[in-house]
Design a protein around this ligand. Structure first.
Ligand SMILES: Nc1nc(=O)c2c([nH]1)NC[C@@H]1CN(c3ccc(C(=O)N[C@@H](CCC(=O)O)C(=O)O)cc3)C=[N+]21
Ligand SMILES: [Mg+2]
Length: 302
């Protein structure tokens, strides 16, 4: 029996929440303009021609236009050397007009992503991937927070989901999502205050542990990994996965699959994020928010 009476009423609408945030940002940009100040400027470096990366970066540029930011996209072929990429990062670091920038991941195999991320000035690291920002986040100091993890916390807060004291099981320990979100959820940020369990590929009895969760955050990157048998009825389900699978029925030639088997799990869940339209749009909204904070020198005074 479905836990929810209406099949769609319990969807966690990330797209709408992201729109709300963009409207708030646009209002701030209007104030900056009225005060004769420059608008925030976000730059993105995109290496190669990965279809998914192209989509995300295009969405980021469109989102900048929506809120009134300036944006710059720097594109390079996947034969760019690591030294040349580091020189491009250094140029953005020095460019006073750029408030923040990201280097889209993944990078080609011959480039060390850690080295590139460490080369970004923490003040301009609007992805929140630099060890300085990660360290400050862990220490509870003001930091530019990684966009997907902070987007998950913000999404639940704005949707009125009470997380304080709840048991949250995070599946996946990536540097970008699983590890940082497990830290943020345990903090007092937006009254998150969860008791957190972090599961990964070596976890024993994973289904049994996930079944204990009041809140499940699925960030494994494996389509439909979370099945009905892993979900306690009435759980909150946050699906971070966006894997592209070929789909001849779609005009684009692909469809997006989350890390949760939605058809099976949605009837059991109290609330659940759809894919698309859940966590993905929040990632972009939080990137815009970080760019505003960087432009205002909120974390690192200018
Ligand atoms: N330096 C860096 N920073 C990132 O933040 C970063 C990255 N590299 N590499 C890849 C991942 C993935 N990511 C997404 C962002 C938005 C959507 C998004 O907006 N998704 C839409 C659908 C988009 C579509 O149609 O493909 C949705 O879920 O509704 C998805 C995924 C950011 N990432
Ligand atoms: Mg995402």
């Amino acid at each position: 029996m479905p836990h929810s009476e209406n099949a769609t009423a319990h969807l966690i609408d990330g797209k709408q929440t992201a729109e709300d945030i963009k409207v708030e940002i646009a209002a701030e940009v209007a104030h900056l303009l009225a005060a004769g100040q420059k608008v925030p400027h976000l730059a993105a470096i995109l290496v190669g021609h990965d279809g998914g990366s192209e989509t995300y970066v295009r969405n980021k540029v469109l989102a900048c236009e929506r809120v009134g930011y300036a944006s710059t996209l720097l594109r390079f072929d996947d034969d760019i050397t690591e030294a040349e990429l580091l020189a491009q990062v250094a140029a953005l670091n020095e460019n006073a007009d750029i408030d923040g920038f990201i280097v889209q991941l993944p990078l080609p195999k011959h480039i060390d992503p850690e080295k590139v991320i460490e080369a970004i000035r923490p003040e301009k690291d609007v992805d929140g991937f630099h060890p300085m920002n990660l360290g400050r986040m862990v220490a509870g100091l003001p930091a530019l927070l990684p966009a997907t993890p902070s987007g998950i916390v913000e999404l639940m807060a704005r949707q009125g989901i009470k997380t304080s004291g709840k048991h949250c099981v995070v599946i996946g320990r990536s540097n970008i999502v699983g590890t940082p979100v497990s830290i943020l959820l345990a903090k007092n940020l937006e009254n998150a205050n969860c008791t957190v369990t972090l599961c990964h590929s070596r976890t024993q009895n994973l289904p049994e542990i996930v079944r204990q969760a009041d809140i499940i955050v699925a960030a494994i990157g494996r389509p439909e990994f979370v099945t009905a048998d892993m979900v306690k009825p009435g759980a909150i389900v946050i699906d971070v996965g966006t894997t592209r699978v070929t789909d001849a029925n779609k005009k684009s030639g692909y469809s997006l699959k989350g890390d949760v088997n939605f058809a099976e799990v949605a009837p059991l869940a109290a609330r659940i994020t759809p894919v698309p339209g859940g966590v993905g749009p929040m990632t972009i909204a939080m990137l815009l928010l970080n760019t505003l904070r960087a432009a205002k020198g909120e974390v690192y005074p200018k």
